[in-house]
Ligand binder design. Structure first.
Ligand SMILES: Nc1ncnc2c1ncn2[C@@H]1O[C@H](COP(=O)(O)OP(=O)(O)O)[C@@H](O)[C@H]1O
Ligand SMILES: [Mg+2]
Length: 412
């Protein structure tokens, strides 16, 4: 079987590498991929638009396409491919509203009776400000924009003044409605399922680091690192997680919105158990880079079972080892990445015990250079998180480029 993975980041590097291990896969291309992936033995094809990807798949006799980034999930790529008889593992644009509308997501969670924060919806500044003023701020209030906001649409407000500002800023930037949510206290984690429309397998859990420095008020990023599994899930939580995915899929199905694809639950483990903060309709970056190396089950086999609606009796086995992934970024990220275009020095990949996943890189005179905010990341796997962490940092220290920065406290 020939496969295409769509995307060009570290997440797609990890997915493609895992898929390539499968005996079911003959040829695999990452479209468009990046030159770092080529160093790692993958094949990339410089096709980027849905039209060009469709044409490429027909030329190369590709029978399965796996989409990484959300932009392509929201495009007409899946529809185009399926019209040509090519399987595409991704949710439909309607099902993808689970991520692109927090209001839609909340509606699904409530109707499916999945635990989630209480929430009021305000369609105007006036109504939002009135609700905000009724809150007593013994607990913070969470103000959220409805639509996609690139990580800038959620304010956790511990005072009335802050909440009023959130209403003004978010209302102006992203418009109404706004969601006013109860603040959940606890430990945050991400969980991933692979879904076929009706059934699913849980791929595992991870914890990620969103801030640029350990300061919880520092700038929000795409993600500076992650580890897998999250270590505070007990058997009761595992059962609750199963029920969360199961109820969500069953409800969506009952509404004629079968969900096929990766499903990413952002969760809070509270004193009362697991609550869903949000769903994303894709794998997480960088959680995927921590999760994939632990996956023992053939990923291509699972995805083929998903697109043919045969996931029911499939299982997913993960290594009991722990994985730690640390991301290296360009100086100035996330505001204004600087010193781009400088050569990246790294040891021969075959000499490294750990895996480098490349993201914001390109090629100049046969040399990799940094061209983006998040440049690359290293994943190490070991019997304990502390060993994995030490190994990941050991290899990261052998890599350098001008202005390279990474957090020192991932998985501490
Ligand atoms: N109800 C809530 N209670 C406590 N924290 C929350 C709540 N909702 C969101 N958060 C915090 O805000 C972050 C971003 O919210 P999320 O709903 O994941 O939106 P997005 O990822 O689209 O920005 C979460 O990772 C979490 O830390
Ligand atoms: Mg989130």
């Amino acid at each position: 079987m020939n496969i295409v993975v769509v995307g060009k980041g570290g997440r797609e590097h990890a997915l493609a590498k895992k898929l390539k291990e499968s005996p079911l896969v003959t040829d695999l291309w990452v479209c468009p991929g990046n030159p770092g992936m080529k160093e790692g033995g993958l094949t990339c094809a410089p096709v980027e638009s849905p039209e060009a990807i469709e044409k490429f798949c027909l030329e190369k006799n590709v029978s399965l396409v796996v989409i990484g980034p959300e932009a392509f999930i929201l495009s007409d790529l899946k529809e185009r491919l399926e019209e040509k008889g090519i399987y595409c593992f991704a949710p439909s644009p309607k099902a993808a509203e689970l991520e692109s509308s927090k209001l839609f997501c909340k509606g699904v969670l409530k109707a499916a009776q999945v635990p989630t924060a209480k929430c009021a919806v305000a369609y105007s500044a006036e109504v939002a400000l009135r609700s905000v003023r009724e809150h007593d701020f013994a607990e913070p209030l969470v103000v959220k924009a409805d639509g996609l906001a690139a990580g800038k649409g959620v304010w956790v407000c511990d005072s009335l003044a802050k909440a009023e500002e959130a209403v003004r800023v978010l209302g102006t930037q992203f418009g109404f409605p706004l969601l006013l949510e109860e603040c959940l206290l606890g430990q945050e984690l991400s969980a991933f399922a692979l879904c076929d429309g009706e059934d699913f397998v849980v791929l595992g859990t991870a914890c990620d680091y969103k801030r640029i420095t350990p300061d919880p008020f520092s700038a929000n990023t795409g993600g500076m690192g992650a580890y897998s599994p999250c270590e505070f899930m007990n058997p009761e939580d595992e059962a609750a997680l199963h029920s969360i995915f199961s109820k969500t899929l069953r409800y969506l199905n009952s509404q004629n919105i079968p969900y096929q694809g990766f499903l990413f639950a952002g969760l809070m483990k509270t004193a009362k158990g697991l609550y869903v903060l949000e769903y994303n309709v894709r794998m997480g970056d960088p959680e995927t880079q921590a999760l994939m190396p632990r996956l023992k089950t053939d990923l291509a086999k699972l995805i083929v079972a998903a697109v043919t609606h045969e996931l029911k009796n499939q299982r997913c086995e993960l290594s009991s080892e722990k994985a730690v992934h640390v991301v290296a970024v360009s100086q100035g990220y996330p505001q204004t990445p600087m010193l781009l275009g400088s050569p990246i020095s790294y040891p021969a990949l075959s000499t490294l015990k750990n895996q480098i996943y490349f993201a914001g890189v390109s090629e100049k005179q046969n040399h990799l250079i940094n061209t983006g905010g998040r440049v690359l990341g290293v994943t190490a796997v070991a019997p304990t998180r502390h060993e994995a962490r030490a190994l990941a940092y050991q290899d990261l220290k052998k890599i350098s480029f001008e202005g390279m920065y990474y957090r020192e406290d991932i998985a501490e």
